[in-house]
Write a protein that binds this ligand. Structure first.
Ligand SMILES: O=C(CO)[C@@H](O)[C@H](O)[C@H](O)[C@H](O)COP(=O)(O)O
Ligand SMILES: [Zn+2]
Length: 200
């Protein structure tokens, strides 16, 4: 095996270990988060999703799996990624502050009973923390995907919120687990609402 192949192998092993540890520790919180989202959707609510960088992509990935479909052919479900409208993002950042790019949209779009999916590997992104604060003030529950020590986001959550904190300090490994968690949430939501088949 070449040095580079060995490095690739190590990265795969680290990712597998991070996922194994997460499966052992996080299953109850993942089920709680899916229940929270399913209840909101059943009651006519929607899910707003946000994050920065790779987590912005994760927010969009999740929203598209709800709006379009995951594995089951079923009607679209209401979800909005707060990361996609460049006119809104640039004008809020330009006129106010980058910290406000998600919270302003939460105040405009969020209704009591909706859920905010807040994704931050460090838990420290000020715009994600501000989105949670705006959500809480409007009666939304937050499902937070975090890592490390949960950061300011983990610390700001209330008893009705759910934190899924990946036990790792490496941003890339945390993101890899977040994507798996997102697919677990989609699977449990579909199963709860439409009786999806067992995972293949
Ligand atoms: O994808 C990566 C690193 O893997 C980066 O784009 C990463 O998402 C960005 O640095 C984010 O700004 C990090 O924010 P956060 O996860 O700490 O909230
Ligand atoms: Zn990344």
């Amino acid at each position: 095996m070449t040095d580079h192949e060995q490095r690739v192998n190590q990265l795969f092993q680290q990712s597998i270990r991070a996922k194994q540890e997460a499966a052992e520790r996080l299953a109850p919180e993942i089920v709680r988060a899916a229940d929270c989202m399913r209840e909101a959707l059943s009651a006519g609510g929607k899910i707003l999703a946000c994050g920065n960088g790779g987590s912005a992509a994760d927010a969009q990935h999740f929203a598209s799996e709800l709006l379009n479909r995951f594995e089951l052919d079923r009607p679209g479900l209401p979800a909005v990624a707060l990361t996609t409208d460049s006119s809104t993002l640039t004008s809020v950042a330009n006129d106010d502050a980058f910290e406000a790019v998600f919270s302003r949209q939460v105040r405009a779009l969020g209704q009591a009973g909706d859920v905010l999916l807040a994704i931050s590997t460090s838990g420290g992104s000020p715009n994600v923390v501000a989105a949670h604060q705006a959500a809480a003030a409007r009666g939304l529950r937050t499902v937070a995907l975090t890592g490390r020590d949960g950061g300011g986001l983990g610390a700001a959550l209330g008893p009705a919120d759910v934190e899924i904190r990946v036990p790792s300090a490496a941003t890339a490994r945390i993101q890899e687990v977040h994507l798996l968690v997102i697919h677990c949430l989609c699977d449990l939501i579909d199963q709860g609402l439409f009786g999806a088949a067992a995972p293949r």
